[in-house]
Design a protein around this ligand. Structure first.
Ligand code: GBH
Length: 480
């Protein structure tokens, strides 16, 4: 028998939070309904050849018109939380707080109130990649006015929804925004600028996050009693091959530091980027003839604001990679965030593959990752904010046995991390509550626990079998 069938390690803590998640652009539709402003994902998906089959999120799951239906399905799952995101341009069409769209506020109020009446806590992400286009026209995340603008938007949300929302996530997966959005441009806003832009965007995101965190701490925490954090996309990395040598172990550490340490080292360790990252980017910038490092630096007062600016560590995790050293003198003039790592990754061909090319099912990776986070970032409370698997297909398939296997395997490894490695995991969130717009892949990859018919104008939802599996696990854990 496989190890996970034999060793179950009992049950989850009684106050453990179970949850399912979505994000605004991926489910809402209503892209220009009732005064909503254009976002960078509206613009990007309306540009030919950016998205598979030129699909868009114009209608998506039509969740903008389906509050009652969505909430009743969430309630049926018996989860404690539902994680969704607010579309910034639905509330502030131009991104700044001088122009409010009341219909947007009404929509999120209805969502939050319905969840609470259903006994489900809302977990709200403020930024899941859909920047108001008007702000992008002014430099987007590369212009440091974004720090103030984001803070104003966050402040409004805390003030308006914070009497009912007790878990806030400022940014979802900044790595994706900075590298895919501003580095190689395969995601909105489609900027190709791999040498500097990712570092500048990240610098602004970290400062914007910290500023919003301090706003909450100062104005709302005492009365509202909520928690604020940021969510990371994290692929675990192992050295490649049984003959991996010292340099590959070091390369593996750099992959993790450039991916995760980039954001979380400043917040949880010392207010600043990881040493290895500062060293590599500075050294390569110098070799490339630059006077200063392409990695910006924080002032002392910024460091003070950033250090400690999270009440929990938000973790999105799907898969594992194998890392190896790539240094070579003739690659020094390849000026790019990616090359700065002097490391690369691949996956093992024996790992079971999902529909998404980057996603292999490697359950043990999550346990190792959780232990690494505990050690590296001073044992923070970890809220797993996404974990899941995709299939392809347009015809209805409700027997998603691969998703049952994935949840069973990964969730059991989370339990081992809690029970055997003493990692402080406070909750687990499955991605996704229902099939939705999978970014550049359009509707060709389905991550949902509910199957959505995207060719029916009503967008009906149908329960897949993984729902039953997830409910069993939530209720009974993995009894001996
Ligand atoms: C999450 O990203 C997102 O938060 C969520 O919105 C999304 O739907 C979900 O996962 C599933 O993808 O094809 O080489 O360009 C997970 C991290 C980062 C994984 C971008 C896929 C694309 C790699 N994702 N990556 S590539």
């Amino acid at each position: 028998a496989r190890e996970r069938d034999v060793f179950h390690y009992g049950t989850f803590p009684t106050d453990f939070k179970w949850s399912v998640s979505t994000s605004a652009y991926q489910i809402e539709g209503g892209w220009n309904a009732d005064g909503k402003g254009e976002s960078i994902w509206d613009r990007f998906s309306h540009t030919p050849n950016k998205i598979a089959n030129n699909e868009t999120g114009d209608v998506a799951c039509d969740s903008y018109h389906k509050v009652a239906e969505d909430v009743s399905l969430v309630k049926m799952l018996g989860v404690q939380q539902y994680r969704f995101s607010i579309s910034w341009s639905r509330i502030f069409p131009n991104g700044n707080t001088s122009n409010l769209n009341q219909a947007g506020v009404d929509y999120y109020n209805a969502m939050i109130d319905s969840l609470i009446s259903a006994g489900v806590e809302p977990v709200v992400t403020l930024y899941h990649w859909d920047l108001p286009q008007a702000l992008e026209d002014n430099g987007g995340l590369l212009n440091d006015v974004i720090v103030e603008l984001f803070n104003d938007y966050a402040n409004f949300c805390f003030k308006t929804f914070g009497n009912r929302v007790k878990f806030w996530i400022t940014f979802n997966e900044p790595y994706v925004v900075t590298w895919l959005g501003y580095g190689i441009g395969v995601f909105a806003p489609g900027v190709y600028s791999p040498a500097d832009a990712p570092y500048i965007a990240a610098h602004n995101i970290i400062r914007a996050h910290a500023k919003a965190y301090r706003t909450y701490e100062k104005l709302y925490k005492g009365t509202q009693g909520g928690r604020v954090g940021m969510t990371m996309s994290t692929e675990w990395a192992e050295p490649k091959g049984q003959s991996a040598v010292e340099v590959d172990y070091e390369a593996t550490d750099r992959v993790m530091q450039f991916f995760l340490g980039w954001y979380m080292h400043p917040i949880f360790v010392n207010g600043d980027y990881p040493d290895v990252m500062k060293e590599y980017v500075a050294q390569r910038s110098a070799a490339q003839g630059e006077v200063t490092s392409r990695l910006p630096s924080f002032t002392q007062s910024e460091k003070n604001l950033i250090l400690g600016s999270a009440d929990f560590f938000g973790l999105n995790h799907y898969t594992t990679n194998l890392a190896f050293e790539t240094f070579s003198p003739d690659r020094i003039n390849d000026v790019s965030y990616y090359e700065d790592r002097e490391a690369s990754t691949e996956q093992d061909f024996t790992w079971p593959a999902a529909a998404s090319s980057w996603l292999k099912e490697v359950p043990w990776g999550i346990r190792r990752l959780l232990s690494w986070i505990k050690k590296e970032f001073n044992n923070p409370p970890i809220l797993i904010t996404e974990n899941g698997i995709s299939e392809e297909g347009t015809s209805q398939e409700l027997n998603d046995w691969w998703r049952k296997e994935y949840f069973h395997g990964y969730i059991n490894e989370v339990l081992k991390a809690i029970k055997l490695d003493d990692v402080n995991v406070i909750g687990y969130t499955a991605w996704s509550f229902m099939d939705n717009f999978e970014w550049a892949e359009g509707y060709s990859e389905r991550f949902g626990m509910h199957w959505v018919n995207f060719t029916d104008p009503e967008r009906p939802r149908f329960r897949k079998q993984s729902v039953d599996c997830y409910m069993e696990i939530m209720e009974r854990s993995f009894p001996e």
